[in-house]
Design a binder for this molecule. Structure first.
Ligand code: NDP
Length: 341
């Protein structure tokens, strides 16, 4: 059995979802209540591959909210993640994806030191960040989106915002090794990590977001921002492809400009309907078929009976591993969400 650990994007989102899912006692509560709330299994899932194989899974709502980080409720945030992991393990789930901020919190607050939650000894082999599949899907979205918009990668400048992160660094490695992208712009805040990435790649220009945006034909957004930022479409190249892989979204406004194309990043579409309710709640356009690539990674590992932490740690995703998960993804009927133009 596979599992998905997820969370909602804001307190307001959580309150409306609680009402919709039939938890009225959660719907009128503020952040303090969510800091105390235990994890819940709120969905049972059945997925059938195009090979005909069927697998079963569960969705674990961690009750983490990005406002907990913004208001420095670090203890509550970390408790949410380890409790959700223990809950997944207690329910017999063999491989669980840590969606959205779950894996970021796990890494940033060094949660591998917490090995025991009450009577459960956490077995980390049962968890994956799902980031290898997410990075692979975003790279394919860059390649396919560029082709659709007539942007030649061999003449194009691609800015990666969040370049030093787990997903961002993998995207940079792939664009460097597997495409002929002309110029890479590396954007993040911490200068030392940017320089390490630049020397690993042997290329890439380090820039602030403000400097990078007007120069980029394609922008990949994979920064771990608890809240999106505002962008003025007039300061961008036309055409410009913006692939927003953040959860919550890195872009704070809905940009409406005929030559700026926004694509939901790190999202896959399955060839067959999936039996679940959860993707209605996170506003996917086709909720029976579309999902986060990190969640799909735990499904892929279950299909292949690879009950191991395929994606783990930070900045260790190789192009070879991205190729491997990409092959399995295609085999079972997933494809990257395409640009609608
Ligand atoms: P990491 O924490 O590993 O990396 C985050 C990156 O963002 C770092 O380079 C960090 O560098 C940078 N960053 C953070 N804040 C800012 C800022 N204000 N301005 C510029 N750069 C910033 O995160 P992941 O790679 O694991 O995840 C990235 C995003 O992808 C998250 O939003 C996550 O929720 C989402 N995600 C989506 C998935 C999907 O299936 N679609 C799956 C998993 C994650 P620095 O701190 O130096 O600025």
């Amino acid at each position: 059995m596979f599992g998905l650990i997820g969370h909602l994007t804001s307190l307001q989102h959580a309150q409306s979802v609680a009402r919709e899912l039939g938890y009225p006692e959660y719907a009128d509560q503020g952040l303090d209540f969510w800091c105390m709330a235990p994890p819940q299994i709120v969905d049972d899932i059945t997925v059938t591959s195009i090979t005909g194989q069927t697998i079963y899974g569960k969705y674990v709502e961690s009750c983490f909210l990005p406002e907990m980080l913004a208001s420095q409720r670090i203890k509550a945030a970390t408790r949410k993640i380890v409790n959700a992991m223990a809950h997944a393990q207690k329910n017999g789930i063999n491989i669980t994806a840590l969606g959205g901020f779950s894996s970021i919190i796990f890494e940033n607050f060094n949660l591998q030191r917490i090995t025991r939650i009450r009577n459960i000894q956490l077995d980390l082999q049962r968890f994956t960040t799902g980031n290898t599949h997410t990075a692979y899907i975003i790279c394919r979205q860059v390649e396919q989106g560029a082709q659709k918009l007539g942007i030649d990668l061999n003449k194009a400048t691609v800015a990666v915002c969040g370049a030093t992160g787990d997903i961002g660094s993998a995207v940079c490695r792939w664009l460097d090794a597997r495409t002929d992208t002309a110029e890479l712009l590396l954007v993040a805040r911490h200068q030392g990590r940017l320089e390490t990435l630049q020397s690993e790649l042997g290329r890439g220009k380090i820039m602030s977001i403000e400097e990078a945006l007007p120069q980029a034909d394609i922008v990949v957004w994979v920064a771990s921002m608890p809240k999106g930022i505002e962008i003025d479409a007039e300061n961008l190249k036309h055409p410009c492809l913006m692939i927003d892989g953040g959860y919550p979204k890195n872009l704070g406004t809905k940009i409406q400009h005929p030559d700026v194309h926004i694509l939901n990043g790190g999202i896959v579409e399955h060839s067959l309907d999936i039996d679940w309710k959860i993707m209605h709640i996170v506003n996917m356009n086709i909720p029976n078929r579309q999902l986060f690539a990190c969640f799909a990674e735990s499904m892929l590992l279950e299909f292949e009976q690879l009950h191991t932490n395929f994606s783990w740690g930070r900045n260790e995703i190789t192009v070879a591993k991205m190729e491997k998960i990409g092959e399995i993804s295609l085999k079972h009927g997933f494809k990257p969400l395409a640009l609608a133009v």
